[in-house]
Design a protein around this ligand. Structure first.
Ligand SMILES: Cc1cc2nc3c(=O)[nH]c(=O)nc-3n(C[C@H](O)[C@H](O)[C@H](O)COP(=O)(O)OP(=O)(O)OC[C@H]3O[C@@H](n4cnc5c(N)ncnc54)[C@H](O)[C@@H]3O)c2cc1C
Length: 384
């Protein structure tokens, strides 16, 4: 599992992240800014192009290595969320795009000239029920006209390209609900103010996320990815990668919380002894560590199946669930161990606590993962 390559990757990413300590992230968080310098440095070092094949200018690494990179970012106290999507969104383009599209975009994404950070799927009125989404794209000659609304579309303001899932055939005219959805690569640079309104959503973390309103937005037909009507399948293909990578970020968070809690428990003296001498403090930290370790095994299991081209839906979902639970448990333990100081911004615990909480809900909520396992692994009746 811990190959020579992983060791080198970890060392290199750790060195880079060392230049962006807690103080950097705290300032970005306080300003509700975007970690521009960090993302640029990461891009220039080639890490965000890890999954792009070498023939298109990327590193040609696998999902296991990509997950190690994101884990290390979170494990260093940073946050991968401002840029992680660049790693997995491009998979849709890579697997289903035409050779012309791949040659046009992938080398520029790999070099950092173009940012593909944004992915518009979720809608306000349909939420997790993706197949019912209402945004439409209607073909008119050499372009599609898009109308509708998205919500929680992250990083649009820091992206040049956006993947968009829209309905091209009405729901009542398809045989299967999963048909009739299509994926488009929207070039955000060319459409500013012409059919797209972006409304930022202020949220619990410092996460750039938005509501989008489409009003007769024109998207060239050549920007359709793959075949019209098959978009949902293309998006599903990328979801296992997304789950594994998010799991890795949670594992990075989990180790960070455990490490911080352990260190503080050894140093903080109350009642004339380190608080870590009390088993009431030790045991929750030890348990959190056990759970992060267990989630880590499932993450590597899912990643190795993915890299071998084997089915990995169950393992990817389980890795995401276990890792999100483990990081959230570790976050709570870290805040408890720090007592009042857990709430002070200068310790970074409260920031990471807010950041890791997201993964109980996004990109897929815990309930929907349990539902997947119940239905597809345990073969219980479909509940929705
Ligand atoms: C900060 C942030 C960033 C995001 N970024 C993106 C992005 O870039 N692109 C994008 O497309 N989306 C994004 N999302 C959306 C995210 O994927 C959704 O919030 C998530 O999938 C849940 O959908 P929802 O919020 O509509 O919740 P809902 O679907 O309304 O669900 C609400 C709650 O009910 C539960 N629930 C719903 N149905 C069932 C059921 N049948 N059984 C049991 N429980 C159920 C859910 O688990 C959830 O806890 C982001 C969200 C956030 C908060």
């Amino acid at each position: 599992m811990a190959t020579e390559l992983h060791h080198e990757l970890r060392g290199a990413v750790r060195d880079l992240c060392g230049r962006f300590p807690g103080e950097y992230w705290r300032k970005v968080d306080e300003a509700r800014g975007y970690p521009e310098e960090f993302v640029t440095t990461l891009t220039q070092a080639g890490w965000l192009a890890a999954l792009i094949p070498e023939e298109y200018g990327g590193a040609g690494l696998k999902i296991t290595e990509a997950s190690v990179i994101l884990e290390e970012i979170n494990r260093s106290g940073g946050n991968s969320a401002p840029c992680h999507a660049q790693m997995y969104i491009m998979g849709t383009l890579l697997r289903h795009g035409s050779e012309t599209q791949k040659r046009r975009y992938l080398p520029k994404i790999a070099s950092g000239e173009l940012r593909l950070q944004s992915f518009a799927v979720t809608e306000p009125t349909t939420g997790s029920d993706t197949l019912k989404l209402k945004t439409t794209a209607v073909r008119r000659g050499d372009h599609y006209v898009v109308n509708g609304q998205k919500v929680w579309t992250s990083r649009v303001q820091h992206s040049d390209l956006m993947l968009l899932l829209a309905r091209t055939t009405p729901l009542d005219q398809v045989k299967k609900r999963s048909e009739g959805l299509s994926v488009f690569l929207v070039d955000l640079r060319t459409i500013a103010g012409a059919g797209l309104t972006v409304q930022p959503i202020r949220n619990m973390m410092n996460h750039e996320t938005n509501e989008l309103f489409f009003d007769d937005l024109k998207v060239p037909a050549e920007n359709l990815i793959g075949e019209e009507g098959k978009g949902f399948r293309y998006i599903l293909d990328g979801m296992n990668a997304e789950r594994i990578l998010i799991a890795a970020e949670c594992i990075g968070d989990g180790y960070w919380f455990v490490e911080r809690a352990t260190r503080y428990a050894k140093e903080r003296v109350v009642f004339d002894r380190p608080i870590g001498q009390n088993q009431g403090i030790q045991f929750p930290i030890a348990r959190a560590y056990v759970n992060v370790e267990a989630a880590n095994l499932m993450r590597f299991r899912a990643a190795s199946l993915f890299d071998a081209g084997e089915p990995c839906g169950a393992e990817s979902n389980m890795a995401k669930l276990l890792a999100a639970d483990a990081s959230w448990e570790a976050a709570n333990v870290a805040i408890q161990t720090h007592g009042g100081f857990g709430f002070a911004a200068e310790y970074d615990i409260e920031r990471k606590f807010r950041e890791t909480r997201l993964y109980q809900v996004a990109p897929i909520s815990t309930n929907l993962i349990l539902s997947y396992i119940a239905e597809h692994v345990l073969e219980m009746p479909r509940s929705y």
